[in-house]
Design a protein around this ligand. Structure first.
Ligand code: ZN
Ligand code: CU
Length: 480
């Protein structure tokens, strides 16, 4: 007997194929079985979808939810978008394995405060996620910057041979325990001094384990082409699959170069396994960085340790009020968080449309005034970019959030609606789906996401604040 049967939905299966009609049954073990419409069966619960679309649950390939999947396991900001799996540990920062020596280094502090870093081994982290029972599945990358901070007393220099050896051992053990790969954040000051040879040595471990290498490249500004070449050289050292994180042309001087970037990506990817992720907004967000302070684009302050009252105000307005330069104002506010309106909309659309692009939110759940991508990224792709702007058709939009993502990151039996795949599902109203989160009011669940199942358990219903807690830790290749 089936647990649930969903009838009358239009199926978009995640493989970039056209929609079709089918009844979809969920087995007792939380797997899928497709049945011809109207098949008579026994099921504990039967649900009539009334022509809404049913897709595989969305996979957020770029998140910083490392500690949040444990601390706030409901993850309403994710499941309310139809997300059923998050990949944590991006941009060189993972919550494990981490043993802090002092303060939390930049940008590891995006993941939480000192008291939240309590996982010296990856297996500690994995067990903590399992006992927290988050609403969504979790797969984890290991951050290069996290490894550096474990083994180096000074992050503003290259690692020595013995430090690299220590990082390798730690990475090897995390990969053996089920981490899916390595991430780097070479643009950040705490990894910038690492030469590519340092990362290449770690990539050797990733190759041994069959993992992926993802990178927040050394630059997304004018030197972006050099940074892309470095990323391909690093992964290519051992033919490891490469994922370039949040692909963008950042900074006014770099606008309009997306075609040039794509040309290089196409050329370099001929002999490489390569994909990238992208969030559907023309503003970025991270810690406030003096190197990115400019009068060429607007900057919104999202938090400030010493001046919390300046949250949700423009840097330029604060500077005017304080009668200081932008730079001095930024210095005064730090440590702080910012949204940088640093991209051209045209470049964003070019990258979103690119066939190798997957969707990742890059949401920052610990920011008190987060970039709206935290709550809105996936519905915004469906509503704004697919339905309104017709940047791509619906099967392609869904593919970029599901089947492609599962394949690139090696998530077994996920991301596709097909027999025996896990029953991670989202039912949505394509006419209504839209993001409601804005830069001013970012904590807004989306519209049009009607029901979400995780591992066969109905885990979210539109408007509800309660979430199921059926997420699992996805160890590499295990399919659990
Ligand atoms: Zn990043
Ligand atoms: Cu990131």
């Amino acid at each position: 007997m089936y647990k649930t049967i969903i009838r009358g939905a239009k199926i978009i299966d995640g493989t970039n194929s056209p929609e079709f009609e089918s009844d979809v049954a969920i087995t007792a073990t939380g797997r899928l079985k497709l049945l011809p419409p109207g098949t008579k069966t026994d099921a504990k619960s039967e649900f009539e979808a009334g022509g809404l679309f049913l897709a595989p649950g969305f996979i957020d390939v770029h998140t910083h939810d490392d500690t949040n999947v444990i601390r706030t396991p409901e993850l309403l900001n994710k499941i309310s978008q139809g997300i059923t799996t998050v990949i944590v540990g991006n941009c060189g920062i993972s919550a494990s394995p981490v043993t802090l020596k002092g303060d939390v280094p930049n940008p590891l502090n995006l993941l939480g405060e000192k008291k939240h870093f309590i996982y010296p081994k990856f297996s500690d982290y994995l067990r903590a996620v399992e006992s927290a029972k988050p609403s969504v599945n979790v797969a984890a990358l290991i951050g290069h910057t996290s490894l550096r901070s474990n083994h180096m007393d000074d992050l503003f220099r290259p690692a020595s041979e013995s430090e690299i050896e220590a990082m390798r051992l730690q990475l090897r053990s995390a990969l053996a325990d089920g981490a899916i790969g390595l991430s780097s954040g070479l643009a950040y000051d705490t990894a910038y001094e690492a030469p590519k040879e340092e990362v290449m040595e770690l990539v050797e471990e990733v190759a041994q384990a069959g993992g992926v290498y993802t990178t927040h490249m050394r630059s997304e500004f004018e030197p972006i082409l050099d940074a892309i070449n470095e990323a391909f050289d690093t992964a290519g050292h051992k033919d490891v699959p490469l994922v370039i994180s949040h692909l963008k042309c950042a900074g006014a001087a770099n606008w309009g170069r997306s075609d040039e970037v794509l040309e290089l990506l196409k050329e370099r990817s001929i002999e490489a396994r390569f994909a990238c992720d992208c969030y559907p907004y023309s503003a970025s967000s991270s810690n406030l960085n003096l190197k990115e302070v400019t009068d060429k684009n607007d900057i919104l302050i999202t938090w400030s340790q010493d001046h919390p009252e300046q949250s949700n105000r423009m840097l330029a307005d604060i500077a005017e009020e304080w009668n200081l330069s932008l730079m001095d104002t930024a210095r005064e506010l730090m440590p702080a968080g910012a949204v940088y309106y640093c991209m051209s909309e045209e470049d964003v659309q070019t990258f979103l449309r690119y066939e190798r692009t997957m969707i990742g939110s890059d949401g920052l759940p610990n920011d008190p005034h987060p970039h709206p991508r935290l709550w809105g990224a996936f519905p915004r792709v469906l509503g704004h970019y697919c339905r309104e702007l017709k940047l791509f058709d619906l099967p392609e939009a869904i593919h970029k959030m599901t089947g492609k993502s599962a394949k690139e990151f090696g998530l077994k039996d996920r991301g596709v609606i097909s027999d025996d795949y896990f029953a991670d599902l989202v039912l949505f109203d394509f006419e209504k789906v839209s993001d409601r989160a804005t830069y001013q009011t970012p904590d807004q669940p989306a519209e049009g996401i009607e029901k979400v199942w995780v591992n066969g358990v109905l885990s979210y219903q539109n408007g509800s604040k309660e979430c199921g807690r059926a997420g699992r830790f996805l160890r590499k290749e295990s399919g659990n």
